[in-house]
Design a protein. Structure first.
Length: 182
């Protein structure tokens, strides 16, 4: 009888070992397109070139680049953009972002802030999408976006679309608004 128990135990152990091993490809790890990036930059500065615009300087805790997927993942970053005369145009920050390295479109989240220095306004939101070809930012209908102008005018709403070339902004729904005309 002891022999039979031993062979059953070995058979069960072998079966459990076989079932716990899988030869199927792994799913995306942490929403990344592969287990390991092609390039991993920690506590780094990165220059993002944009067609028809001055480059954006990014300082980040972590940048992971996945060449085959044409994506870069950025964590805890601040960014600046200067004009060709060296004058600061934009500055901002975000907790994380995914950059399409081919189109230069960016999805930022975890607390986004963008400050426009020439036009003196700040945009804050939990997440924003940047469409590089159209030079426009947008947010889902569920995301509250706030624009602060001249440090006292405030507009907050959902369904945000912003054209940065013309500094024109739209909301599908205004939640709060205070504008002062001089």
């Amino acid at each position: 009888m002891g022999r039979r128990v031993g062979s059953v135990t070995i058979t069960l152990f072998s079966l459990l070992l076989f079932l716990s091993c899988s030869f199927a490809p792994e799913e995306m790890v942490n929403d990344r397109p592969a287990e390991f990036p092609d390039m991993r930059l920690e506590t780094t500065r990165y220059l993002l070139g944009l067609d028809g615009m001055e480059p954006i300087r990014i300082e980040a805790r972590l940048i992971e680049i996945y060449s085959d997927a044409k994506q870069a993942f950025i964590t805890d970053a601040e960014f600046t953009q200067y004009n060709n005369s060296g004058v600061l145009q934009f500055a901002g920050s975000f907790g994380s972002a995914v950059v399409d390295t081919e189109t230069k479109d960016v999805f930022m989240e975890q607390g986004v802030e963008i400050r426009n220095y020439p036009d003196e306004f700040t945009i804050t939101a939990e997440s924003l999408h940047w469409n590089n070809e159209e030079k426009q930012a947008s947010a889902d209908e569920s995301i509250l976006v706030t624009i602060t102008m001249n440090e006292h005018d405030i507009l907050s709403g959902t369904g945000f679309r912003g054209d940065f070339a013309s500094a024109t902004f739209e909301f599908d729904r205004i939640e709060e608004g205070t504008l002062t005309y001089e």
